[in-house]
Design a protein around this ligand. Sequence first.
Ligand code: ATP
Length: 85
Amino acid sequence: MLGENLDLPIFSIEKLAIATHNFNIANKLGEGEFGSVYKGKFPDGQEIVVKRLYKSSGQGSEEFKNEVVIISKLQHRNLVKLVGC
Ligand SMILES: Nc1ncnc2c1ncn2[C@@H]1O[C@H](COP(=O)(O)OP(=O)(O)OP(=O)(O)O)[C@@H](O)[C@H]1O
């Protein structure tokens, strides 16, 4: 699995649904090529942004995986950190 290969925490869909109030429209920040983007908060207070894929198969998902791999390796004070997938 992608997250295991990258040594990233893997979040269940339930945990992300709770954090985003079930992907509520009020939490929606925008849309990208691969999916919708939501703001959320974990129970410990950590604020997160969740990107939810439109589909889990096909060419788009390969591109999305490449994006995740690259973002997981980036670290900069002006970039948000990938905390899991
Ligand atoms: N960390 C974030 N904080 C606030 N808003 C965000 C964040 N990430 C994404 N967004 C919002 O979600 C929108 C879509 O982001 P996303 O990264 O999916 O798309 P993109 O980079 O515009 O396109 P692509 O899907 O081609 O990468 C952005 O235009 C922005 O409005």
